[in-house]
Design a protein around this ligand. Structure first.
Ligand SMILES: Cc1ncc(COP(=O)(O)O)c(C=O)c1O
Length: 540
């Protein structure tokens, strides 16, 4: 690639209409399934406030401004265990007869439910056995110990949640303990329903819709039952991720569907089989479903951070991701939407991925593969086509004498802009592939552009540091002497104050003795990496 002269989502969006929604909302016979009034009573008499707090319902001002709606966040991430799960777990445990409590409770969970049961056991003074898969991260085991203290016994068993659950069921029988289900139990459902009770008390004005993340369905079952009993005009919208949508599929099929696999990014909602009772209630009382993808969840985590300065876990951001999708689909303005921020138990090392994907999820970054002819002036035209946009990523390795394939990331301002940029490149005669929604490109290929090249003869490798400001990268690229050939280039905006780039240069023989003098003139600190052993191992 000749140096320039100085002048120079598809995410599946499925909606399942809740056709069966109001077909059987009548109160149940005493021995039959519980009806709306039964759940209303159970929610109103729930015992959750021994351990749970009434969380605030806060306006999301910035998001509301951007969407043109009134968006509120129900801050369940502010519970003592950083999720709503302790409501249901504690309500179930607190209703147990003293004799059952004395024998202890048992559950299987590697997540928020385990922490709820642990805290509940400590508060009630009973013993809790918590079965976790052996693969559970230490941080979660520590959290359960922290909340449960001497009242919990942790049993590590099996590779997956299903193995752990099976073992817990065996222990339950053997030792006569009470199993505390994470979602499929009327007392657990009623405990989770107290979230809706608080919302309706906290917001007496009109509410158009409440958005609820679904895993096994305990939260939405409780919320939907309460809302339909008290203010049936409010829409209840269930939210799932496209790689873990068991409830959506089950409601559509009219029976519980077991997913062969589930995506684990939103680990709080990664459930292969929803509950029987939760599905029954969802079929009756949930109005609609929104399915969101990973990138949009990352963008929602960022939205929530911008409004609250708090980081929620992926499952905790499903509600906001769905509000945005729902608002875009329905078009109107000035509606009141409530998203339940249901949890904040985020693994810190996951933040790197979230930050990387949030830009694409927000459609603030376009990723493109652009093919540029290896001829004078073409790189200058490439830079001009980019225009004032910031470059977020630039990867290139010489591989062809006639053309250069460049992997480039650019900031965008509006939805669909990546397509327009791709068109502009095509207009300049550069073959372009829009990779903005290409999973393979985002996960792997961006890190693999490069490798050894037979065309990299005489290549010298330099790393540069320059202050990150708009136009700095293009300024650098265009200030290299025009006779020099760029044979390798790697840059990724990491959000730091200084940008780091790695450049391979092929310099005409006559100028080799002046390389240092010319590079110094560019004004950026640099290091000659040509003898770096890693470079020699992988790139030469
Ligand atoms: C943070 C978070 N959100 C949502 C859910 C889903 O709840 P449910 O299984 O009741 O649908 C869970 C379940 O553990 C969770 O931890």
């Amino acid at each position: 690639m000749p140096a320039a002269r100085p002048a120079a989502s598809s995410p599946r969006r499925s909606t399942v209409a809740a056709t069966s929604a109001r077909k059987a909302a009548s109160p149940a016979a005493p021995s039959g399934p519980l009806g709306l009034q039964d759940y209303l009573r159970k929610v109103l008499t729930s015992k959750v406030y021994d351990v749970a707090v009434e969380t605030p319902l806060e306006p999301a001002r910035e998001l509301s401004r951007r969407l043109g709606h009134h968006v509120y966040l129900k801050r369940e991430d502010k519970q003592p265990v950083f999720s709503f799960k302790l409501r249901g777990a504690y309500n179930k445990m607190a209703q147990l007869p003293a004799k059952a409590l004395a024998k202890g409770v048992i559950c299987a969970s590697a997540g928020n439910h385990a922490q709820g049961v642990a805290l509940g056991a400590r508060r009630l003074g009973c013993q809790a056995t918590i079965v976790m898969p052996v693969t559970t991260p230490q941080v979660k085991i520590d959290a359960v110990r922290h909340f449960g203290g001497d009242n919990v016994q942790i049993v590590l068993h099996g590779e997956s949640y299903s193995d752990a659950a099976l073992h817990a069921k065996q222990l339950e029988k053997k030792k006569g303990m009470t199993f505390v289900h994470p979602f499929d139990d009327p007392d657990v459902i009623a405990g989770q329903g107290t979230v809706a009770m608080e919302i309706l008390r906290q917001h007496a004005g009109p509410i158009d819709a409440v958005f609820v993340a679904i895993g096994g369905g305990g939260l939405i079952a409780g919320v939907a039952a309460y809302i339909k009993a008290v203010r049936p005009e409010i829409k209840v919208i269930g939210v799932q991720t496209s790689d873990s949508d068991a409830m959506v599929r089950s409601v559509k099929a009219g029976e519980r569907v077991t997913l062969p696999d589930v995506g684990l990014f939103s680990d709080g909602t990664a459930v292969k089989l929803v509950g029987e009772e939760t599905m029954r209630l969802a079929s009756l009382y949930v109005d609609d479903y929104i399915v969101v993808n990973t990138d949009s969840v990352c963008a929602a985590i960022k939205d929530i951070y911008q409004d609250t300065r708090s980081i929620v876990e992926p499952a905790g951001a499903l509600g906001v991701a769905a509000v945005k999708q729902y608002a875009a689909r329905h078009g109107s303005q000035g509606k009141t939407y409530i998203a339940i921020n249901c949890g904040a138990n985020m693994n810190f090392d996951r933040l790197r991925f979230v930050a990387e994907r949030a830009e694409v999820g927000e459609e603030r970054e376009a990723l493109l593969a652009v093919t540029i002819p290896e001829e004078r002036g073409s790189f200058k035209r490439f830079c001009e086509t980019i225009g004032p946009r910031s470059v977020t990523e630039f990867n290139y390795r010489i591989s062809d004498e006639k053309q250069a394939h460049v992997f480039v990331g650019l900031t965008t301002r509006e939805k669909g802009e990546s397509k327009k940029i791709a068109k502009a490149f095509e207009g300049e005669g550069f073959a372009t592939v829009d990779l903005t929604h290409d999973e393979l490109a985002k996960t792997h290929i961006r890190h693999m552009v490069g490798g050894r090249s037979s065309l990299a003869e005489g290549e010298r490798l330099y790393s540069f540091v320059f202050p990150e400001r708009p136009g700095a990268l293009m300024g650098f690229l265009t200030s290299l002497p025009p006779g020099w050939n760029i044979s390798l280039f790697h840059y990724r905006n990491q959000g730091a104050d200084y940008g780091r780039i790695l450049v391979g240069l092929q310099v005409p023989k006559a100028e080799v003795s002046r390389i240092d003098a010319l590079l110094r003139r560019l004004g950026y600190p640099y290091v000659d990496e040509t003898r770096n052993p890693v470079y020699r191992l992988f790139l030469r």
